[in-house]
Structures are given as structure tokens and as C-alpha cells.
Ligand binder design. Structure first.
Ligand code: AMP
Length: 223
């Protein structure tokens, strides 16, 4: 099962990709996480990517495409994967298609996550992360017991630079200009399923699972 979770930043696709990857026992590939690891490790790619990420812009394709292609072709993705945050533009989508095609594979479903801009801004601007263990919190939805302090290890929490309000606006603009067009691209291929993310996490997860169920029923009917 090879899936793409598509949608604007902060819509909740990362959370859902984590849940569904556990449920279905497939790999979760987050291009944003791969880049953040490279930035923290100060690799050549990380050093180049840092300024784009902090300013809410897409990193150039050459910095991300090969990392994702290597992951997809790795043994850990043999059973399948969920791509979260990739592709982000048409040229990445085409590279993805040709990478899979060479291996005789294809994307089975693209879940397109939508939510109102108000919901998105509330979700992103409240996000806090532990400096030490990386645990995630939210100022409104899952605040720590003690202000700005991690419940798990007692370290201080921080806000990602690209989650600052002025950068969120840039990220949403970039999404509209470069990424949203992929809805059309995958719709034309007949593999797009829309998921409304204004509701709670459980409800969203159930909608995705229903989408997966209909996908496997469709496959059975064709056999
Ligand atoms: P995310 O965690 O997916 O919101 O990604 C955080 C940041 O990493 C984005 O704002 C971009 O700067 C960069 N990024 C992640 N995935 C991609 C991608 N597929 N193409 C270009 N830049 C990306």
C-alpha cells in the first residue's frame, strides 16, 4: 500500500500519517522530518536547506528529491509507505511517478486533507516541542502540566521558527501557489480521496480507514 497524505501545513496530516502507519504497519516518510534531521546534523543538505525552512519556503527540489527516492526504494518501504509533505510541486510529483515506475510500482491513493485557514492557523501557532526529547504539545489542545515545561523530561519547550505567525502566512501562500495544484494532478489519475479535517482526530482517522477499506474492496472486485 503506497499512499500520499496531501494538504496544507498544519492540517494534521503528519499526526494522521503517524497513526495510520502504525495501524497498517507501513513506513511513514515525512520529508519535513528528513530535512529537520539533516539541519540538526548540519549535513551539507541540512546547511543549505535551513534558510528555506526557517523562512517558510520550499527547499530546492535537488535537496529533497533524492533523499525521498532513496527511502522509497529502501527495504523498509517494501511493504508500503505513507508520504507526508512530498510531493510539494508538479516536478516532484513527476519524479515520484518515474521513480516508482522504474520499480514497477505506483501510488495507490492520495488523501487530500482540507481544513479552514482559521483551524490551520490555530493548530500551527499553538505547537510547542520539547528541546530535549522532542515531545509535542499544543498550547490549547494538549498543554503541558507546567507552563512551557515538558511533562516527560522537564526540559523547556520551544516553537519552531517556521511556526511563527508571519512564517505561517508565507507557508500557506507557498502551498496555494505551488502545492495545491497536485489535487488536480491526482484527481485526474482517479486516485484522490478528500478528507475534511475540521473535526476531531478520531473522526478523521475513521474517515481515512474507510477510504482504505473502499480501496481494498475495489481491488478485490477487480480480481
Ligand atoms: P513540513 O514539516 O512538511 O511542513 O516541512 C517543513 C519545511 O520543510 C517546509 O516548509 C519546507 O521548507 C521543507 N520541505 C518539506 N518537504 C518539502 C518538499 N517536499 N519540498 C520542498 N521543501 C520541503
Amino acid at each position: 500500500m503506497r499512499l500520499i497524505f496531501h494538504g496544507p501545513p498544519g492540517v494534521g496530516k503528519g499526526t494522521q500519517a503517524g497513526r495510520i502507519s502504525l495501524e497498517e504497519n507501513i513506513n511513514h516518510i515525512s520529508s519535513g522530518d528528513l530535512l529537520r534531521v539533516a539541519v540538526d546534523a548540519k549535513t551539507e543538505i541540512g546547511l543549505k536547506a535551513k534558510k528555506y525552512i526557517e523562512n517558510g519556503l520550499l527547499v530546492p527540489d535537488e535537496l529533497i528529491v533524492n533523499i525521498v527516492a532513496d527511502k522509497i526504494n529502501s527495504a523498509e518501504c517494501e511493504k508500503g509507505f505513507i508520504l507526508d509533505g512530498f510531493p510539494r510541486n508538479l516536478s516532484q510529483a513527476r519524479v515520484l511517478d518515474s521513480t516508482l515506475e522504474k520499480a514497477g510500482k505506483k501510488i495507490d491513493r492520495v488523501f487530500s486533507f482540507t481544513a479552514s485557514e482559521e483551524v490551520i492557523i490555530t493548530r500551527i501557532s499553538g505547537r510547542r516541542i520539547c528541546k530535549s526529547c522532542g515531545a509535542h504539545y499544543h498550547e490549547i489542545f494538549s498543554s503541558p502540566l507546567k507552563e512551557n515545561t515538558c511533562d516527560k523530561c522537564g526540559s523547556e519547550l520551544f516553537q519552531r521558527k517556521d511556526d511563527y505567525p508571519e512564517t505561517i502566512k508565507v507557508r500557506l501562500k507557498v502551498y496555494k501557489e505551488q502545492t495545491e495544484t497536485l489535487i488536480d494532478y491526482y484527481n485526474k489519475k482517479g486516485i484522490l480521496v478528500e478528507i475534511n479535517c475540521n473535526g476531531d482526530k478520531k473522526e478523521i482517522q475513521e474517515n481515512i480507514l474507510a477510504g482504505l477499506q473502499s480501496m481494498s474492496e475495489g481491488k478485490r472486485d477487480m480480481e
